[in-house]
Every structure is written in C-alpha cells, then in structure tokens.
Design a protein around this ligand. Structure first.
Ligand SMILES: [Ca+2]
Ligand SMILES: [Ca+2]
Ligand SMILES: [Ca+2]
Ligand SMILES: [Ca+2]
Length: 615
C-alpha cells in the first residue's frame, strides 16, 4: 500500500518535472533564437520601457555603444493614434496600430541632417526637427507649414519621404496618409508650400510611399502602396466589413500607384501602363533598387496577410512579376519591412523582410533573401538564409535597417518590434482562435473579440545584429544600450552630428521618438558620400556606390524610402575597419554614367556631383 503511494508520488513528481522541462526548453529556445526572453508587462521589462545604459564592456567587446539622448537633444515627441469610426472602437488598438514614421534629410542644406516625424491623431501635429549643430534639435514644423496635416476630414499620417522632384536642390516632402496624400514643395529651405493639382491621390489608405526614378529620365517618380481599400473613409464606414478576409491569403487587398513625375510638381498615373495594376494586396513596405545591373530599379513589396512581391523593371517601360520564380513569393506571411543591404561585401544586395514570431502561436520568422549562387547574370533568384545567419526571430517585428554600426566594414541590422504593450493579460489566445475563423467573420470588425487593453506581443526587446562578415550575425541589443521596450515601428539611420558614426532614430506607436547617439571605437575608420545627380535626378535616388578597400568591396544605394515607413539620410556611410586607405570608389548613376574616384581620403564626407569624367 505504502509502496503504491510512494510510486504515485514519484510518478506525479516526474510528470511535474516533465512540465518544467518543457517550459524551460521553450524559454531556452527563445533565448537561443532571439537572444532575449520576452517580457509580458512593464514590470517584467524592468519597470520602465526606457532603455538602460550600455554594459561597461560594450565598447571593448563590440566596438560601439548607444546612448538614448532624446531629452537632452530637445526631441520630445510622442506618437498618438487616431480614433477613427466608432465601429472600430472595441479593436481600435489593433486597427490604429501604425503611423509612427521618420524620414531624414538636410532640408535647409546647411550640411547637418534634419528629420520629419509623423503623428496620427486627428489634430495631432507632425514635427520637423531642425539640427542646431550643437547636439540639439528644434521643432520648426509649425513655422515651416508642415505640422497640421492630420484631421478626420483629410486623413492622418502614416509616413513621409523626402525627394527633390523639381531638381532645385532642396528636398521636397511627400506625406502619405490614410486619407489625402500631401505633397510639399521646399521653398529654398525657408518654408514649404503645398503643391496643388499635383496628381497625387486625393484619397487612399496608404501605408507605403517611396521616391524612385523608374524610367531613369532624371525626374523623380512616386510609388504608393495601399493598405485598407482605397474607397474607404475610415471615419465614415458603411459597415465593419473592412478587415482582411484571411490572415494568410487575403483577397481584399488594394491597389498601388506608380506616378510618373514631370519634374514640375505634377504627376501622371502610369500604374496600368507599366503593368502594376495586377497587384492587389495589403502593402506595408516598398523598396526600389536595381538588382539586375541594367540601371533600372526593380521593386520589392512586403505585404501583410499575404505573399511578398518582386517586380522586375523591364527597361523602364513595364514591370514583370517575378515573385514566384525569384523565390520571394513562396509563402504568405505578415510582411512589414523591406530593407536592402550588401551583407557579404560582394556587391550583391540581399533583402530583409520582417514578419511575426511569437512562441506557441505564430512562428513565421523573418526572411533574409540572399541572391542565389545558381542565378544567371541578370536573373533574380533568392534563397532565404535568415535562419542560418541568425536573423530569423525578431518577435513581432516592424522596421529594420542595414548600417555599419561599429564601422568594422560589415553591414549590421537594427530592428524594432513589439505590437501592443498593454495589461498583463494577453490577447494572443483570442486572436489566434479568431484568426482561424472563416472569411466572412474575419473581415467584419464587428465580429472581432474586444481587446480591452490587453497586450499582443508587447514589451519586446529590440534586436541589434552585428555582422561578422563570415555568415553569422550576433545579437547585442541589450549589451550596447538598445534596451527600450516600446512598440517600435520605424527605424532610420544618419550620422546626425557629423562625427563619422551612424546614429539611430526609432519611432514608437503611442510612444516617444528615441534618439540613440552612437559612440564608435576610434580605431575603426569610415568614409561617407553625399551624391548630387546632374543628368540623373538631383537627389541621386537609385545611385549605387561601391567602395573598394583592403581587398574587399561593399555596395550601398541611395534610397527614396526604405524599411518600414522610414527613410535613412541620403548620405552613404561606409565603415572601413582598421584600414586608413580606400583603393577606389565607383558610382553607378541612374543615368548609366559610371564615375570612379581613386584613393579618396578616409574619415571624411565627400560631396560628389555626377560627371562622366573620372578622377
Ligand atoms: Ca539641416
Ligand atoms: Ca525641390
Ligand atoms: Ca522618372
Ligand atoms: Ca558592422
């Protein structure tokens, strides 16, 4: 009898032991994949969502450390969400979940980068931070005329991008919204004037916008990606039937706009003409860069509730859908970011797409689309190597950018994440159960289970992945000081104080804009370039620069918007490691001109105008 009882107790203990093992193993697998265990509340996240200082040995171990300086820099901005139609109020946190965007440009041409940050509340103001050259910034949006753009009547901001559409040397500003797109002409850095009758959409629910010159005629064009159906006014909804009809294979996505610039502030809709009218999706990110070597920029789109797309630009005349043969459109995910970087220093671009990874519920994994070794010249073929490279688990990921954060000569990744940081209760179980329902239920907001302030992948640790150049990225976010737990959306990089290091701007949904100042080990050298097109568009958007040094090379391109609702500074920054010399620099302009500069000085910014002569 007693023996039986003892056996039962032992069996029970064994069973409990098994359970503990399962929990521990799960936690360990998260730790191994992502580098950090996820917190479910502010308390678990350390009480505050603000970052704590870098580890004392961060500089020695990783070659850089980050310090969050928004308050001392005079940047006090908190993103606010819109209220929208009352039919959405029970799930407003889930619907009004984006719009915290950041775009960098030197709008007044004083040689110091400035930035524009968007707000999304009806009546909420966008800010334009002017760089004071002394470590501080001043919000000049109101006096410059680009603050008051958010209202129930005209819609609210989702993002913004800079591009000099009329080649007068001053970067103009496009604000894309759930509502009316607004284009602002930069008046010699002294103010902005809205361009009227420009041809940008009077109403669409845009979540992606980039400048590009798709036909290389020297005049900037615009690509706009829609999210909710373009006919919907989110403040006056006829019904709740506005949500995606599937979490994986949504069929009720909306259109793109490709607008061809005439160079005078007016645009022509060429979407049908170039074949991009075949796209219908919930697009969250777009990036354009030539990946076949013919100078014409190809377009990659990250789509929510569906598959990613790659459109090959056929001589600036039409776009060919190569999503399936190229490999990038293999399975549906929740695409939220599109960044492009030369991660192996071989002059080839990989594409980094962020998705959702939440232990027990949704293990999509982020994608790193690396050009396939089997591809023929000019052929677009990619393989997802995110797992092997160690950059697969970013939590509920949003914006990510490539940049050499420690100037060692290899492109690193800065990624932000975290969907909704609410109460200790999680919405995941209800959300996962509901997401498996049929089309007619999912698409009707009225049928969605109320959120009631619960968290959905909240308080997540960010990821900073250092590239060792040999095929491995190491996660160092907590150690280097990128330890905030806000709900991150956009990331943009710039050398904000002209010191030779890439600083980080991170915007957060319902949270502060964070400014991470980057201090880099001085033994590592760098070189940077500010390009000005002459035959090509003056912003040099699409220009590809390759630096040759120490027996290696690295390519970067000037983008008109990249990542998630973000734009890095147009200046291209290259880390060089211990090298103090650069052999040569080759610039492939969108015009086709290839310009070579031999032995440029290092630890220096070079301003380069397009010319066919080499020097
Ligand atoms: Ca400036
Ligand atoms: Ca301009
Ligand atoms: Ca053009
Ligand atoms: Ca690096």
């Amino acid at each position: 009898m007693q023996q039986n009882q003892a056996a039962r107790v032992l069996a029970t203990l064994f069973f409990i032991g098994l359970l503990v093992c399962v929990v521990v193993l799960n936690k360990r697998s998260v730790t191994r994949q992502g580098g950090s265990v996820v917190a479910n509340s502010a308390e678990e996240a350390g009480g505050s969502q603000y970052p704590v200082p870098a580890a004392p040995d961060a500089m020695e171990r990783y070659g850089f450390k980050l310090t969050e300086v928004s308050k001392t820099a005079g940047v006090e901005f908190t993103h606010q969400p819109p209220k929208l139609d009352a039919k959405l109020s029970h799930i407003i946190d889930r619907v009004a979940d984006m719009g915290a965007a950041v775009a960098i440009a030197d709008f007044d041409r004083d040689g110091w980068p400035d930035f524009y940050v968007t707000n999304s509340a009806e009546g909420g103001k966008n800010h334009l931070y002017h760089n004071n050259h002394d470590g501080t910034f001043t919000d000049v949006a109101e006096q410059m005329g680009v603050a008051a753009v958010n209202s129930a009547e005209s819609g609210v901001s989702m993002g913004a991008v800079w591009g000099d559409y009329d080649d007068d040397g001053y970067e103009d500003l496009l604000v894309y919204k759930w509502g009316k797109c607004q284009l602002f002409h930069n008046e010699n850095g002294k103010g902005f004037k809205e361009a009227v009758n420009s041809g940008v959409p009077q109403w669409m629910n845009a979540n992606a916008g980039i400048w590009l010159d798709y036909d290389n005629d020297g005049k900037l064009d615009l690509l706009l990606g829609g999210y909710f159906d373009e006919k919907l006014d989110l403040w006056k909804l006829p019904s709740g039937n506005i949500m995606p009809d599937s979490i994986e294979y949504a069929t009720n996505g909306t259109r793109l706009y490709l607008l061809k610039g005439r160079g005078d502030g007016t645009f022509e809709d060429v979407t049908v003409q170039v074949g991009l009218d075949k796209h219908k999706a919930w697009t969250l990110a777009a990036v354009a860069v030539d990946m076949t070597g013919d100078t014409f920029p190809d377009i990659f789109l990250a789509n929510d509730y569906g598959k990613a797309e790659l459109w090959h630009n056929v001589e600036g005349k039409r776009f060919e859908n190569v999503s399936v043969p190229s490999g990038v459109g293999d399975r549906p995910k929740s695409g939220m970011n599109a960044a492009v970087g030369d991660i192996f220093n071989d002059g080839k671009f990989s594409i980094y797409v962020s998705n959702i990874t939440e232990d027990h519920y949704l293990l999509q994994g982020n994608n790193m689309w690396v050009p396939s070794a089997a591809a023929k010249p000019g052929e677009l073929m990619f393989e997802n190597q995110a797992n092997g490279l160690g950059v697969e688990n970013g939590g509920w990921s949003f914006g990510a950018q490539f940049g050499d954060l420690n100037n060692d000569g290899f492109q690193d990744i800065y990624l932000v994440n975290g969907y909704l940081s609410g109460t200790k209760e999680s919405y995941w179980y209800d959300y996962a159960t509901f997401a498996g329902g049929n089309q007619s239920i999912i698409r009707d907001a009225a049928k969605w289970i109320p959120i009631k302030g619960r968290s959905l992948s909240g308080y997540q640790p960010k990821r900073v992945w250092l590239n060792d150049g040999a095929g491995r990225f190491t996660e160092v976010a907590q150690a280097v000081g990128a330890s905030d737990r806000f709900d991150g959306r956009a990331v943009a990089l710039a050398d904000l104080w002209n010191r030779g290091s890439l600083d980080i701007l991170a915007s957060n949904q319902r949270g502060p804009l964070l400014v991470y100042k980057n201090e880099v080990r001085p033994e590592n050298h760098w070189i940077s370039f500010e390009l000005e097109g002459v035959k090509s568009n003056r912003s040099a958007i699409g220009a590809i620069t390759t630096v040759y040094w120490n027996g290696q090379k690295q390519s970067q391109f000037v983008s008109g918007g990249v990542g998630f609702c973000a734009q890095n500074d147009r200046r291209l920054h290259f880390g060089l490691g211990k090298s103090v010399t650069v052999e040569k620099v080759e610039i492939r302009w969108p015009s086709g001109i290839i310009q070579t500069i031999t032995s440029p000085a290092t630890d220096k910014l070079h301003r380069i105008r397009e010319t066919s002569a080499s020097g």
